[in-house]
Design a protein around this ligand. Structure first.
Ligand SMILES: Nc1ncnc2c1ncn2[C@@H]1O[C@H](COP(=O)(O)OP(=O)(O)OP(=O)(O)O)[C@@H](O)[C@H]1O
Ligand SMILES: [Mg+2]
Length: 411
């Protein structure tokens, strides 16, 4: 890939914290600085139009000087991009006796709704259409699925696609005599291959800390902070560079609407935020009296957040995962903020390490040099998981559980 110039800024957080408002504020401010900007919404309950107070919609359209907007319509994108694959999956299931309606449902596989958004990112990068892409997302859980999709899909394709290719080769040789279901057409295979490659590209874009930054949006409230902490852990697990935290809706000490009790509570929460998230870059915006809607009030929010600085500047370029060689041994280091050894589960196969935290799991493909190596030790210290490998490979070794979560009733 060429030297990166695109910046992808992904805002994520709990429902209602201000993701859309902050995304639009960032986009307008970038555009004001002359950067070619687009703000895209991946939330199917789009609110970009409400925020900018004009119709945005499912085709790219200009919303102000230097800035475009797009509310991604999943069904429209699927219709346009995935016909061949869907046709094949549909034919496959109907040939197996499934009714047409169920077969149509099966042709939308889990995670497919994310592909459209992810492929837009790839398209913007390849075509050099923008300097900054601001991504306004759905509340946390969906966004985690969106951002982890390339990781999961890549693993799936490596295994599934190899099998399918062999199957097609054999099926072509036996031409329908033994095989009772349809062979995917050349077009479908070509689509699968294209898909595979694009997913790999998207994954590279998302995990390149110079290009993609994830910014957490939070409010100074206990439950929101807890969810933000969890999101930080999971995003790091997927090797995404979380490089800033936006604390939105901070009541001002002289605001009429905030009671002394509310202000005292908020003070504690703000202290907690600086304590737990430090050294992450933190930006603040106060609670406005009225909703933040329309250019004027959004620009006020943007000024509070960024003042005269560039909102697309990188606050940190650190990748959560690093592979280090030290004195002959190799160590994988993975940032897992707020997690202790007891909170995770590790499994080691010949070519991968599988790490599970909460309901999230990541398969870390090992570099060739680490194939077949056994894990000598794995521990978490200061929010960083270190997995140390033995120096010698053990060729015939099977998968092995390295560490089991302590909350499972066994130790
Ligand atoms: N600092 C603020 N002061 C006052 N109102 C705000 C502030 N930030 C956001 N709002 C208002 O709060 C509401 C929710 O904000 P917004 O839509 O940006 O949140 P969101 O995180 O995108 O929500 P959702 O999860 O539903 O997508 C909107 O009406 C918005 O105008
Ligand atoms: Mg929103």
């Amino acid at each position: 890939m060429r030297v990166p110039s695109l910046r992808i800024l992904v805002y994520t957080g709990k429902g209602g914290v201000g993701k859309t408002s902050v995304s639009v504020a960032t986009a307008l401010k970038c555009a004001e600085r002359g950067l070619r900007t687009i703000v895209i919404s991946t939330d199917s309950a789009h609110s970009l139009s409400d925020s900018v107070d004009m119709e945005v919609g499912p085709s790219i359209r200009r919303i102000a000087e230097n800035v475009d907007g797009l509310e991604i319509d999943i069904l429209k994108e699927l219709e346009e991009n995935w016909n061949e694959i869907r046709k094949y999956i549909f034919t496959f299931f109907t040939s197996q006796g499934m009714d047409e309606i169920s077969a149509k449902e099966m042709a939308i596989f889990p995670g497919m709704e994310f592909i459209a958004s992810l492929f837009y990112l790839e398209r913007f990068y390849v075509n050099d259409e923008y300097d900054v892409v601001v991504v306004d997302t759905a509340p946390t859980a969906d966004t985690l699925r969106l951002l982890s999709f390339p990781d999961v899909a890549d693993w799936y394709f490596q295994h599934f696609y190899g099998v399918m290719k062999n199957f097609v080769r054999v099926a072509r040789m036996t031409v329908g005599r033994v095989i009772s279901f349809p062979i995917p057409s050349d077009e479908a295979m070509h689509e699968f291959e294209k898909f595979n490659l694009r997913i790999k590209n998207v994954r590279e874009l998302l995990t390149n800390p110079e290009i993609t930054s994830v910014r957490l949006v939070t409010n100074p409230e206990k439950m929101v902070i807890s969810e933000t902490m969890r999101a930080y852990t999971y995003l790091s697990l997927y090797n995404l560079n979380v490089e800033a935290l936006i604390v939105n809706r901070v009541y001002d000490a002289n605001a009429d609407s905030a009671s002394p009790l509310k202000l005292r509570e908020q003070k504690q929460h703000l202290e907690m935020i600086t304590d737990v998230f430090s050294p992450l870059k933190i930006l603040y915006a106060h609670q406005f009296t009225l909703e933040v809607v329309g250019r004027e009030s959004i620009m006020k929010l943007a000024d509070e957040l960024f003042s005269d600085s560039d909102p697309s500047a990188l606050f940190s370029r650190e990748n959560p995962m690093k592979i280090i060689s030290k004195g002959g041994s190799t160590i994988i280091r993975l940032k897992v903020p707020f997690t202790g050894t007891a909170g995770l589960e590790l499994y080691n196969t010949r070519d991968a390490i599988i790490v599970s935290i909460g309901q999230y799991r990541r398969t870390i493909a090992l570099p060739l040099g680490l194939y077949g190596r056994e894990v000598a030790s794995a521990e978490v210290a200061d929010g960083v998981l270190s997995i140390k490998f033995r120096e010698e490979a053990n060729a015939g070794r099977k998968g092995k559980r390295i560490h089991r979560r302590k909350d499972k009733g066994d130790s």
